[in-house]
Design a protein around this ligand. Structure first.
Ligand code: ME8
Length: 635
């Protein structure tokens, strides 16, 4: 798999910009400095307000620290002229660093928004957990993350389900939406913004875009005549005919119909899309999905119907240029990705968009979708929509297409009655067990078969017997043989360093841009290292070493236990995107406090440097983090 972004370049450009800016500050007059200070303060306060509104507590604390660290006017007044100038310069430098050097680049990640016609199933859970894990990997690496997810509340399916339930659509979607919100809370999916397509601001953005495209002649009215399925509420083409040339029973009653609708000039952009896909080889990951999309675009013909007369569907966003129609339906759903990220529908190009939006949206924006909505929805409609409303090629997002969880090799579907309810499994085995299973037992991009038995097997083997066991036995032995105190290994240590090299290599791999999209690989590599340490414990039997009176045995025992504890500290960091609660638990049990780390974030990859547990560090007591699941317990 490849990944488009080249963050190292961005960072180095930012670095040189920073030193140029800092030396320019030294040459500023007092008045210039005052102006710059107030401008930067205003920007800082804006960001602070933004974070306070969104409840980003971590960032809010950062701002408090920065603001409080500014010298007070009283302190400056008391200082001598020389000190005053110096402290002002330092305060300015701190401000500038905050924005130019230390303000990490925003990594914008989105997921598909789920239909609110029925409660969430395990496929929805997988996609959101995958996105959450990728978002957490980026946070671990120090990126500023903006993670957007939400629900798709309009359309025919919802209108029909609400009618069936005998409640108004607005009430129906509210109830189902709550189930999604509850599930993300239960599964610890930590998003920054929540999209609901009935939101008024979103509606305004959709209407603004439609109006602009209409004014630009990209949307026109036309009459369609043909076979129409009453059950599925759609026109049928020859593609829907079976091998016998007839429409199958799934379409129900068919009638001939004529209907006026609005169309978007999709096919006019076909050549552009082909060129774009040829120029950007990782527009879609994995590779084979890009090939699939390219082939579909080759066959593209005809335009996209974007409306339904209100007489047959009124649960949607009204067309701004014709109140007898609502939008149907992809324009509404797809626009969520920008409407909830600060997009302004008025400016007709990307460069004129608000800074807040441009800070988030770039070619590195990662959009996670399932394989069924690549062609045509995201790969064709969405990319063409963005192009038509003025996004340059350099601001086209990257699509990460995941596979599906099936059941017994078959697609899950409500009608087949084989839908897996994620709440049931989260209640039975805990959120972390579900998160672990969902991202570790599927290779990103491929399908997998959901099996409760396998979930339990993997949990017991990987988490209870391997990882959890390493934690328990390490802490118990440190208490039993070393009074709970770790001794930092001496330079002359005899312990094999290749295991430690394995950690260093794994940490280095985490910084590769491709890494986060393959959490299945990262977790496997991490837990393999835990098994290496378990193997070492077996091979070196610390319980025998503890009985020996030889000083070298004692030294070896202390080194081994230190390394076990250190490996657990680093493993906690590396698995924290998938198992955030367990990682917290390991830190607590190891007694690894924020003060020791010296970092603002509890989980930071910069802390994964080998040997940071101090000499004499006292560890806490071991409490099983992954109690074994008894196979007899109803599996
Ligand atoms: O398609 N395994 O909503 P949706 C894995 N509202 N992923 C699965 C899955 C499975 N068994 N079943 C579904 C929609 N998904 C639209 C999207 S985006 C602007 C609008 C994935 O509720 C599916 O591939 O049918 C999609 O990415 C997501 O769940 C939502 O599906």
């Amino acid at each position: 798999m490849r990944f488009a972004c080249d963050r190292s370049n961005c960072k180095s450009r930012r670095g040189s910009l920073a030193s140029a800016t800092l030396s320019a500050i030294a040459r500023l007059t007092i008045i210039h400095r005052a102006i710059l200070t107030s401008l930067l303060t205003a920007r800082l306060v804006r960001r602070e307000t933004h974070c306070a509104n969104r409840g980003c507590q971590d960032r809010k604390q950062d701002f408090d620290v920065i603001l409080h660290n500014q010298p007070s006017p009283a302190t400056i007044a008391k200082a001598s002229q020389k000190d005053r100038t110096r402290s002002e310069a330092l305060a300015l430098q701190r401000f500038v660093r905050q924005f130019v050097v230390e303000m990490p680049k925003t990594f914008f990640i989105t997921t598909a928004i789920d239909y609110t016609n029925s409660p969430p199933h395990i496929g929805h859970a997988y996609e959101k957990v995958l996105a959450d894990v990728i978002a957490r990997y980026h946070r671990l690496k120090g990126d500023n993350v903006f993670f957007l997810t939400g629900v798709d509340q309009h359309g025919q399916k919802v209108q029909q389900s609400a009618a069936k339930a005998g409640v108004p659509p607005a009430e129906f979607v509210k109830e189902i939406t709550q189930k999604f919100v509850d599930l993300w809370k239960k599964l610890d999916v930590q998003y920054d913004e929540w999209a609901e397509t009935t939101n008024e601001r979103h509606k305004k953005v959709v209407q603004g875009i439609l109006q602009r495209l209409f004014d630009a002649g990209q949307i026109y009215k036309d009459k369609q005549a043909g076979h129409y399925s009453i059950r599925q509420e759609q026109f049928l083409t020859d593609k829907e005919r079976g091998p016998d040339g007839e429409f199958g029973p799934e379409w129900g009653q068919i009638e001939f119909r004529e209907e006026e609708n609005y169309y978007f000039k999709l096919s006019q952009h076909k050549d552009w899309l082909l060129r774009y896909l040829d120029d950007r080889k990782d527009a879609v990951i994995p590779d084979f999905r890009q090939t699939e999309l390219r082939n579909a675009v080759e066959k593209l013909s005809g335009d996209l119907c974007i409306s339904r007369p209100k007489s047959r569907l009124d649960w949607g966003i009204e067309l701004p240029f014709d109140k007898n129609f609502v939008n149907y339906v992809w324009f509404d759903a797809l626009t969520n990705y920008i409407s909830f990220a600060g997009y302004d529908p008025k400016p007709d190009n990307y460069e004129k968009q608000p800074q807040e939006f441009r800070d988030r949206w770039s070619k590195d924006t990662l959009q996670i979708i399932g394989k069924d909505i690549l062609v045509p929805a995201h790969g064709i409609y969405w990319l063409i929509m963005l192009h038509a409303i003025g996004f340059p090629n350099e601001a086209m997002p990257q699509l990460l297409v995941h596979g599906w969880w099936n059941l017994g090799g078959a697609k899950m579907s409500k009608s087949a009655g084989n839908v897996i309810d994620p709440f049931v499994f989260a209640d039975k085995y805990g959120a972390e067990a579900v998160r672990y299973y969902l991202v570790s037992d599927i290779a990103t991009g491929r399908d997998s078969d959901f099996s409760e038995e396998r979930l339990v097997q993997r949990y017991n083997a990987d988490l209870a017997n391997n990882f959890g066991n390493l934690l328990n036995r390490t802490l118990n032995m440190v208490h039993r043989y070393c009074k709970g105190r770790l001794a930092r290994p001496r330079e002359t240590r005899k312990f094999p360093t290749d295991v430690i090299d394995g950690y260093k290599q794994l940490v280095a791999e985490y910084t590769a841009v491709t890494a986060p999209v393959r959490p299945d690989v990262l977790i496997e590599r991490s837990l393999y290292l835990a098994s290496v340490f378990n193997g070492l414990i077996e091979a070196k039997s610390p319980w025998t070493l503890a009985k020996s009176s030889k000083p070298e045995d004692r030294e070896f025992l202390e080194d081994l236990l230190y390394d076990c504890a250190e490996s657990l500290r680093i493993l906690a960091l590396l698995v924290s995107p998938i198992l955030p609660k367990a990682a917290q638990g390991i830190f607590d049990q190891l007694n690894w406090k924020m003060e020791l780390s010296g970092k603002e974030e509890r989980f930071s990859l910069a802390d994964a440097e080998w040997g940071r547990l101090p000499d004499g560090h006292v560890v806490g007591k071991g409490v099983p983090l992954f109690p074994r699941i008894d196979i007899g317990d109803g599996v």
